[in-house]
Design a protein. Structure first.
Length: 260
């Protein structure tokens, strides 16, 4: 029989190993090292503009590294061709930023998704996970540019609890609040991920990924706003929404099928 002191020591060591606090954090940090290189800024670039680079959201590279997934609403405004404005993907670190001309090759407005074809050498990529297996209560993460490039091209990563899997359509308080968007959502109330996380407009297009695998389970596309749109920056609600990755997979399959 072992002495009580030895038994107690073994019990403490076993509990610490089971708790796994430090290893769990280290695992997420290791996964992030593989996620960040695939995360890019998206927006527009104009050689005569002031500023020339306009980072409007976030995206992430997929497939062979020449495609980037982001949100369709980022490019709702027409490109100003008279000023040689182009869609662009932004790469780099801190103030060392480069722009790559990109083309909008596929759009799924119903699910607010867009696919860009990026010029130049292939980028690091992320894999899509099976979003149909996501469960409420999971702790996920998303990486993107919450305040654009104000502080340089430095992506931020935030933890996001999967609070609920719910229809995207939210009933309005009165008929006076009905609009085209609300009516469209009512007719196609597909399920989205409600996240317990603070996000900002620049986070649109951020990959929502699993900490164990780094696989993308969703694309962050909106936040719950209390009051006017301006309050999304000044007093964020702490509730965000993401489009499940199964719709991204469908968009990629459609785009691949149309290739010559």
């Amino acid at each position: 029989m072992l002495p009580r002191r030895v038994v107690f020591r073994f019990a403490v060591l076993a509990w610490l190993a089971g708790a796994g606090c430090v290893p769990a954090q280290a695992d997420v940090a290791d996964t992030l090292l593989n996620v960040k290189p695939a995360v890019v800024g998206v927006g527009t670039y104009s050689p005569t503009g002031r500023p020339r680079a306009n980072l409007m959201g976030t995206g992430f590279a997929v497939l062979d590294g020449s495609y980037v997934v982001t949100c369709a609403h980022i490019f709702a405004k027409p490109i100003n061709t008279e000023k040689n404005e182009t869609i662009a993907v932004f790469l780099g670190r801190d103030r060392e930023m480069s722009a790559r001309v990109s083309q909008l090759v596929a759009v799924d407005k119903a699910h607010d998704l867009a696919l860009l074809k990026v010029s130049g050498s292939p980028l690091a990529t992320l894999k899509l996970g099976d979003s149909t297996r996501a469960r409420e209560g999971w702790q996920l993460y998303f990486t993107g540019y919450p305040i654009g490039s104000v502080l340089g091209l430095n992506p931020s990563t935030h933890r996001a609890g999967l609070a609920a899997i719910i229809p995207i359509f939210t009933p309005v308080a009165s008929a006076a609040q009905l609009n085209v968007r609300a009516l469209r959502q009512a007719g196609d109330a597909y399920e989205v991920f409600e996240l317990d996380a603070i996000a900002y407009p620049g986070n649109s297009g951020s990959p929502v990924w699993h900490p164990d695998t780094g696989e993308v389970l969703g694309v962050l596309n909106s936040v719950y706003v209390k009051g006017a749109k301006e309050t999304a920056l000044s007093t964020p609600s702490g509730i965000s929404y993401a489009i499940p990755a199964k719709y991204v997979r469908a968009l990629l399959e459609q785009a691949q099928a149309k290739k010559p």
